[in-house]
Design a protein around this ligand. Structure first.
Ligand code: MF3
Ligand code: CO
Ligand code: CO
Length: 273
């Protein structure tokens, strides 16, 4: 049971300073695993092979996969290729040259949840896809830059939406970030676009949540396939996503899921970001 700290009037848990250590450890584990995924993403590799690697790496580290068994989901990752927005199910489909893919992993370490995703590329990165990936990463970082006590969830959504739309791309509305900590999905819903409701949700030190914008080259609408998980863009345009788990500090925020190797953004390059 999640009984740490206290709950705000909006139902958001405020964790204690000592709890940051748990989130830091969980976030580092998922970041290390996502670092190891980079060399695997090549043309000809199946998403099931990537998921098998992640599952084994989670086991080897003595961690628990948060997604296996979650609402009937059976995999250690979500792998979302090209026009798949999120919740792509790993399977026998091989990656092709020029495919872009998001890999999303959530682990439980000592009860604490670390949730993060990044973009990867199989083979040669097409120019339009590169721009989409750059804008998506930048939108996440602009959202994170708003985070400090006294700012609002509306500020986060506005920063992401304003930037993305100025690049003539669109922000997905159908999925959002979320509170986490000793649970996977908790209040609030962290919207990646601006609403007046979110302007009333004030950030406080000790809040733990994800920011995970999904950005489309075309229109924002999505639909979920018959498997009940895979979400795709309705217009079949390319979609990208980056996700960090963060905690609000006295002066700003701590990112729990940064890559120790400095490879969060350009996973397909050897150089540090
Ligand atoms: N990791 C996803 C998130 O960012 C949730 C995946 S749930 C699953 O919230 F069941 F699809 F794995
Ligand atoms: Co998440
Ligand atoms: Co995730």
């Amino acid at each position: 049971m999640d009984t740490r700290g206290r709950i705000t009037k909006d139902g958001i848990r405020i964790y204690e300073e000592a709890d940051f250590a748990g989130m830091r450890a969980a976030g580092r584990q998922v970041a290390e695993i996502l670092d190891l995924v980079a060399p695997l993403v090549q043309p000809g590799v199946t998403t099931a092979q990537i998921d098998d690697f992640i599952r084994e790496e989670i086991r080897r580290r003595g961690l628990i996969s948060a997604t296996i068994g979650y609402k009937g989901y059976q995999h250690a990752s979500c792998i979302s290729i090209n026009h798949v927005v999120c919740h792509g199910i790993p399977g026998p489909k091989a990656l092709q040259d020029g495919d872009i893919t998001n890999v999303d992993v959530t682990v439980i370490a000592d009860g604490w949840y670390g949730d993060s995703s990044r973009m990867y590329v199989a083979g040669k990165l097409p120019r339009k896809a590169e721009r989409l990936i750059e804008v998506t990463h930048e939108s996440l970082m602009r959202g994170i830059a708003e985070v400090k006590p006294g700012a609002t969830f509306g500020d986060i959504g506005r920063a992401i939406q304003t930037y993305v739309e100025a690049q003539r791309m669109s922000v997905v509305r159908d999925f959002c970030g979320h509170g986490l900590g000793l649970v996977f999905h908790a209040p609030p819903n962290v919207l990646h676009y601006h609403t007046r409701n979110a302007d009333r949700l004030i950030l406080e030190e000790g809040m733990f949540f994800t920011i995970e914008p999904m950005v489309n080259l075309g229109r924002p609408e999505t639909k979920t396939l018959a498997d009940d998980w895979t979400a795709v863009t309705r217009d079949k345009s390319l979609s990208a996503q980056y996700e960090h788990s963060i905690g609000v500090t006295a002066t700003g925020c701590e990112i729990f899921t940064l890559s120790p190797a400095g490879r969060f953004f350009r996973t397909w390059e050897q150089t540090a970001e």
